[in-house]
Design a binder for this molecule. Structure first.
Ligand code: PMV
Length: 321
């Protein structure tokens, strides 16, 4: 067996304008374009090496390899054949708890497999391939703010970085649950698309996508927060109004933190909330207010785990010794 290895690192990202629905499940084309911020503090480092069959270890624990096996087979059939792989991931993101570990995981895996096979792929091509593993992974190759263009076919649905900006944005991440989420994002999206409000959300999202880019270019943090909060809360309202098995990712703690964020805003702080496919609230703020907001949350909810996240870099390859 070949002892060649390849290692790549990718940071996770938080969507400020969300991806929540597929117009083509086979190609994984989203119903809307989305926009995210790559986070410095949360990332995945993945090493691939030849194995007897495709296997997956995350933080030294064996995992069900079904999802990555399907993805690796997709790469074998569409880019080039390669042997079964042992995939070893170190995940510095609470796995499957709505902190989008699938974004950094599939981005790091795609890059590591490309390196392993000496495929000469552009960032755009890596992004398009990673899309087939997890939609949010398309955006995890890029530093700072990234946009994923919904596109109309495989070729036109990819992500790219927005022009670099020194915007002093920060997130206060409230880790309510480190457990595996009950409704997967794929299932959640399918259900949300049955909401009578879905088409209106898609329309509004198009507008917000444009407004968000303008707010970033204008470095208007309050506007960024306002747009992101509206987009996220409306997305979660779709889950509640789905006609197929309506549901919510929110729990009591989620509601209490959302009320606190509103209270902080009324007291003059820059604080807006966003949430993904789980109960965790991420508070969008400025770097100079992040520690105060973290302290205020800790005071109100002593048991809550809180971390501050700031804009992060694009993906990288890690050299083996
Ligand atoms: O990448 P997926 O298929 O796990 O979907 C992620 C969906 C959200 O995190 C809720 C939104 C987004 O755009 O990242």
């Amino acid at each position: 067996m070949n002892d060649k290895t390849a290692t790549a690192k990718a940071h996770t990202n938080i969507a400020l304008i969300k991806y929540w629905g597929k117009k083509d499940r086979e190609l994984n084309l989203p119903t809307t374009s989305s926009l995210s911020l790559t986070l410095n503090e949360f990332y995945t480092i993945t090493t691939v090496t030849e194995g007897k069959e495709d296997t997956l270890l995350i933080n030294n624990m064996m995992q069900d390899p079904k999802r990555i096996h399907q993805f690796l087979d997709f790469l074998r059939q569409n880019v080039g054949d390669f042997p079964p792989l042992t995939v070893i991931s170190r995940n510095m993101v609470p796995t499957s708890a709505g902190l989008a570990s699938s974004a950094s995981s599939f981005a790091a895996l795609t890059a590591a497999v490309a390196k392993y096979n000496d495929w000469d792929l552009s960032e755009k091509e890596l992004s398009r391939l990673a899309r087939r593993g997890s939609g949010s992974a398309t955006r995890s190759f890029f530093p700072g703010f990234a946009v994923w263009h919904e596109g109309t076919d495989d070729e036109s649905s990819f992500a790219e970085a927005l022009p670099a900006t020194d915007l002093p944005i920060a997130l206060v991440v409230c880790e309510i649950a480190g457990t595996v989420k009950k409704v997967s994002s794929s299932d959640g999206m399918m259900r949300a698309m049955t909401s009578p409000n879905y088409a209106a959300w898609v329309e509004e999202s198009k507008q917000q996508f444009e407004e968000m880019q303008a707010a970033i270019a204008a470095k208007d943090l309050a506007k960024i927060g306002e747009l992101a909060e509206k987009n996220a809360l409306d997305m979660h309202a779709l889950n509640l109004t789905a006609t197929d098995r309506r549901f919510t990712y929110f729990n009591q703690m989620t509601q209490d933190i959302l009320a606190k964020v509103k209270e902080l805003r009324q007291a003059g702080f820059l604080a807006y909330a966003t949430l993904d496919a789980g109960p965790n609230v991420k508070i969008i703020t400025s770097q100079d207010q992040a520690e105060t907001i973290q302290a205020k949350l800790k005071e109100a909810f002593p048991k809550l785990r809180l971390e501050i996240a700031t804009p992060g870099p694009g993906f990288s390859y890690i050299k083996e010794d």
